[in-house]
Write a protein that binds this ligand. Structure first.
Ligand SMILES: Nc1ncnc2c1ncn2[C@@H]1O[C@H](COP(=O)(O)OP(=O)(O)O)[C@@H](O)[C@H]1O
Ligand SMILES: [Mg+2]
Length: 259
């Protein structure tokens, strides 16, 4: 497997009320093309800080990131804007950040326009194709975002994320707000897209059951550090760290039932 992303010794501290919080403490990991790495950890363990650093929304204090053969932290300006198309994110209710009156079409038009994926005449057809791909009827294009259910919004968010033909999606608590049935369907969609397009995922959640359901490998984060990493089944069946044991204990059915 080709290494798509490799992160080495990332460190990030926040200062808050005169105290230093080590949100990332020497974090290293790698993801291969087409692979899903699950990142699981309790609330406050540093998962979202890592996702924001990867997406270049937050500068780390030190460490290096190689993505798609590039020194990711060194990219600036036009080169960074171009490369951003290759790493996209889906988080919990990303459409909540949009004007609630915005239509689904306008949400999907943005990345197509900004990254020059399709010219103006071709964009409505491209939007219809994206909607179809995530299991929504083309007529959804004219719907205001606020009229969509949680699961439908997450489908639009996934369509938006794949619009630029990325090689990596960072999914940060992307299914955490959804009920179990809807969550299962979204996970199925993600697996299909991965199979079709060779997409890699960094799939982040506080819930080990969800992470286990979709990940090839799982990394466990605790207080800013990766404390354990291995095949998903090993981490669930034979957790080595206290943090992993706590996460397994939080989902009592996990060991006996597959999700
Ligand atoms: N902007 C910030 N300022 C100060 N502390 C922060 C900030 N963002 C996160 N933190 C702290 O950093 C730690 C990691 O947070 P976060 O990355 O959000 O963890 P997770 O996503 O695993 O819940 C927590 O202790 C959190 O309180
Ligand atoms: Mg978080």
């Amino acid at each position: 497997m080709t290494v798509l992303l490799s992160v080495d010794a990332l460190t990030k501290a926040y200062s808050s009320a005169g105290r230093q919080i080590a949100a990332l403490d020497n974090v290293s990991l790698a993801i291969g093309s087409g692979e899903t790495l699950g990142l699981v950890g309790a609330s406050g363990s540093g998962k979202s800080t890592l996702s924001r650093v990867l997406l270049r929304l937050l500068e780390p204090d030190s460490g290096s990131i190689r993505f798609a053969g590039q020194d990711w932290r060194a990219l600036r300006g036009a080169a960074l804007r171009r490369s951003r198309a290759r790493m996209q994110m889906v988080f919990q209710d990303p459409l909540g950040a949009f004007n609630p009156l915005a239509s689904v079409a306008s949400v999907l038009d943005d990345p197509l326009r900004i990254h020059g994926i399709a010219d103006k005449r071709r964009r409505p057809a491209e939007i219809a194709t994206l909607l179809e791909r995530v299991g929504l009827p083309p007529a959804f294009a004219s719907r205001p975002v606020r009229t969509l259910s949680g699961g439908q919004r997450q489908r639009v968010a996934i369509a938006r994320a794949i619009a630029t033909r990325p090689s990596l999606l960072v999914l940060d608590e992307a299914v955490s707000a959804l009920d179990v049935t809807v969550r299962g369907r979204i996970l199925e969609l993600l697996v299909e897209l991965q199979r079709e397009r060779g997409l890699a995922y960094l799939f982040i959640s506080h819930d080990l059951a969800v992470v286990r359901a979709i990940s090839h490998r799982v990394a466990v984060m605790d207080a800013g550090r990766i404390v354990e990493e291995g095949p998903a089944a090993d981490v669930v069946n034979a957790p080595q760290s206290d943090a992993a044991r706590r996460l397994v204990a939080a989902v009592p059915r996990l060991v006996t039932e597959s999700v």
